[in-house]
Design a protein around this ligand. Structure first.
Ligand code: ZN
Length: 214
C-alpha cells in the first residue's frame, strides 16, 4: 500500500510552526478539524509519535485497531489512525513519503541493549524523550501511558516469512505527511535520537511540525 498525495496547504498560512531538533521530544494539542504536517527536513529521519484523545487521555492510538480496520500494516494517505476505543483520532490526508511504520515500536535503553550492545544502555532514546515530554506536559502522565506508536518516515518492511527488518529509509529531504484531527488530539513526538540503526541513516536530523486551521 502506497498512496502519494501532495497537499494544497501553504506553509505561509500555517497557524503554528516549530522545528523539532534532532533527538528532542515535543507535545502539541490539536483541535478537531486542524491539519498537522510533519516535514522530514533532511530525509531519512524517524519520527516516533503517539496520539491521545486530548479530552480523555486514557483513549490513545492503537496500532492493532488501525491495522485490523484498514487491513494493511503500512500507513499512508487515507489511513484512519484509530484509538483504543476504535474511533478515528486522525486521518492521513497527504503523504509524499508513501509509507510509515507502526510495528517497530520506539527505541529505549532496554531495546538498545538487546539489539546492539550492553554499553548502549546510557544512549539517548525515544522512550526517555517521551517521558521527559510527558513530565513537562503534566496531567499526571507517566510511562504507563506509553503504548503503541507510529514511526513516521521509518521503513520497517515485513518479509514474506513474517519477519521485521529495519531498513534504510524510503523518505527524502522535504517529504512530509499530513493528517487531519478528527477529535481534539494530544500529539507526543520523539524525534528519534537513534545512532545504531539505518532508519535515520545513523544521523538524527531536525523535522518541522506545522498546523493549519482548515
Ligand atoms: Zn527512537
Amino acid at each position: 500500500m502506497q498512496s502519494l498525495q501532495e497537499s494544497q496547504l501553504s506553509p505561509e498560512r500555517a497557524v503554528f510552526s516549530q522545528v523539532i531538533e534532532a533527538g528532542l521530544g515535543f507535545t502539541h494539542e490539536l483541535g478537531r478539524g486542524q491539519v498537522a504536517r510533519i516535514v522530514d527536513l533532511h530525509g531519512n529521519q524517524a519520527v516516533d509519535t503517539l496520539f491521545f484523545n486530548a479530552r480523555d487521555l486514557d483513549e490513545r492510538y492503537s496500532a492493532t485497531e488501525t491495522i485490523r480496520r484498514q487491513g494493511n500494516i503500512y500507513l499512508t494517505t487515507g489511513s484512519a489512525l484509530r484509538s483504543s476505543e476504535g474511533r478515528v483520532l486522525l486521518t492521513i490526508v497527504a503523504d509524499t513519503c508513501g509509507r510509515h511504520d507502526t510495528l517497530g515500536g520506539a527505541c529505549s535503553a532496554e531495546s538498545n541493549q538487546v539489539r546492539y550492545a550492553l554499553d548502549k544502555h546510557y544512549m539517548h532514546n525515544c522512550r526517555d524523550s517521551f517521558l521527559l515530554s510527558l513530565a513537562r506536559y503534566g496531567h499526571g502522565m507517566t510511562k504507563r501511558d506509553l503504548s503503541h506508536n507510529i514511526n513516521f518516515f521509518m521503513n520497517v518492511p515485513v518479509t514474506p516469512e513474517g519477519g521485521l527488518s529495519f531498513e534504510d529509509g524510503v523518505s527524502g529531504p522535504g517529504r512530509y505527511v499530513e493528517m487531519r484531527a478528527e477529535m481534539d488530539v494530544l500529539v507526543l513526538i520523539s524525534n528519534c535520537p537513534q545512532l545504531n540503526n539505518p532508519c535515520n541513516a545513523y544521523n538524527p536530523t531536525p523535522v518541522q511540525f506545522l498546523v493549519w486551521d482548515v
